[in-house]
Write a protein that binds this ligand. Structure first.
Ligand code: 4AD
Ligand code: MG
Length: 435
């Protein structure tokens, strides 16, 4: 068999019943293998599915031996006859007529009962697992649907710079780097640059990696994550929240409709996502604190909500909720103070149901120059670090709003993952940057 030229079929199409009793060729990797005295089974996987292939000794002892000799993850080409077989996984089996190695390789490193740390050390091999493969397929569709939604809403995508000198979310969590003879940082957020794009394109989004030197070891923090950040001219807080809600509803409805099989395989019920409809509950920060206190949590007005509070507020919810109007003290410098509720800003955080935590952070931005400079100083930041950003308020400033979606947080919630690391191929956390 010629690995390049032969007409190989996809395993999914066999499982869909397109080749009953036909001779087909497939290529892929050994997912499982076992043998009895009379028959050797190789379960082969490609990117579309897995199928059991059976080599009977009575047909050919040479083929039987070849099938018996494979390693897990050996790459193979198999030719065989497609047979319906209720005992086989997926209901179909290939009766082997020919087997060729592409590469037999070495005995595979992963077997049952390996520790999580061991698996993380060989993440480059673990990526092939059925679970991760499915989560990454889902991630692909999540990003695709978000982009298509924004496209439909009239947004343009532009890249943000990743190397920057303007910290967006506070100096405490920046990764500093030596930029020749200057100091620079890895971007915490593309927002400040997205704001500069609205003066040309009005509705824009940036999508790229964001970096946070957060020393927290939790199931929802990465030090490198992917960040989708829309920014809209002439949007206030209300319009901002409505857009976020519409985007998440659109995403969940599309996934439930078009990716129902994948969701089920991952262990998420599509009907749960179908329930994500407008409107989402909105709770002011003040009310949220009162609720937490009623539930017996020790939190005072003025403190940021932590994982315990977010869990308490969302554990019984079926839909995401908004927490809005946080005290300005612990929110970023660029958030506009609410003229109707002084001391609070026009912020909104969207929390996923069932304790998955904050998936979106957004706000109306300060668009008045004096107000911005005052806030920069109040927060102990250096005006000169934000000179260009302040400039944007000098030349045709307009009211505007925006928000940032953490893609891995979104995947964690939608795929119902225990840990955020499985939402990204190579997770970066405080104690891991390898492989
Ligand atoms: O709430 P954050 O810090 O907001 C911003 O960065 C704004 N500049 C966004 C904007 O308005 N354009 O981060 C936004 C989102 C969070 O809601 C969360 O989903 C995700 O980014 N996020 C993280 N995801 C994984 N690991 C981390 N350490 C994260 N920090 C934030
Ligand atoms: Mg936030």
């Amino acid at each position: 068999m010629d690995v390049y030229k032969d007409q190989f079929v996809e395993i999914k199409d066999i499982l869909d019943g397109k080749y009953e009793q036909k001779i087909v060729k497939i290529r892929g990797w050994v997912y499982r293998a076992r043998a009895s005295q009379t028959v050797a089974f190789v379960v082969l996987r490609d990117s579309t599915g897995i199928i059991q292939c059976a080599a009977k000794k009575e047909n050919s002892s040479e083929l039987y031996q070849k099938a018996k000799d494979v390693y897990l993850e050996s790459s193979l080409m198999i030719e065989g006859i497609v047979k319906k077989d209720e005992r086989a996984p997926g209901g179909w089996e290939l009766e082997v007529k020919e087997i060729e190695y592409i590469s037999k390789g070495e005995p595979f490193l992963i077997s049952k009962d390996k520790s999580t740390e061991f698996l993380l050390d060989i993440r480059h091999l673990w990526l092939r697992s059925q679970k991760l493969t499915k989560v990454f397929k889902l991630r692909h569709f999540i990003v695709k649907y978000l982009r298509e939604f924004l496209e439909k809403e009239g947004f343009f995508e532009l890249p943000p710079p990743i190397i920057t000198q303007s910290a967006c979310e506070g100096g405490a969590t920046v990764f500093e780097l030596k930029y020749f003879d200057q100091k620079a940082y890895l971007s915490q957020s593309g927002q400040l640059y997205a704001e500069s794009y609205i003066y040309a394109l009005e509705k824009v989004y940036v999508f790229g990696p964001s970096f946070r030197a957060e020393p927290s070891r939790t199931v929802r923090h990465l030090t490198e994550y992917w960040h989708l950040e829309p920014e809209m001219a002439y949007y206030n807080q209300e319009m901002n929240m409505q857009l976020q809600e519409k985007m998440i509803v659109d995403l969940c409805q599309r996934l439930a409709k078009e990716q129902d099989e994948l969701l089920e395989q991952i262990g998420q019920e599509p009907k749960k996502l179908k329930k994500i409809t407008s409107p989402f509950e909105r709770i002011s920060y003040k009310k949220a604190i009162e609720k937490c206190q009623e539930l017996g949590l020790k939190i005072e007005y003025g403190q940021d909500l932590g994982a315990d509070e977010e869990y308490a507020l969302t554990k019984d919810k079926e839909k995401p909720i908004f927490i809005h109007n946080h005290p300005k003290e612990f929110k970023a410098f660029y958030m506009r103070e609410d003229p109707a509720n002084p001391g609070t800003v026009l912020s909104d955080d969207m929390l996923a149901p069932a304790g998955h935590g904050e998936i979106i952070g957004g706000s109306e931005r300060i668009w008045d120059e004096k107000e911005l400079v005052r806030r920069i100083k109040e927060q102990g930041l250096k005006e000169e670090d934000y000179r260009w950003y302040i400039d944007l308020r000098k030349y045709g400033s307009v009211p505007h709003s925006g928000f940032g979606v953490g893609i891995e947080r979104l995947v964690k919630w939608i795929a119902n993952l225990e840990h955020i690391r499985d939402a990204i191929p190579y997770p970066r956390v405080i104690n891991r940057v390898y492989p």
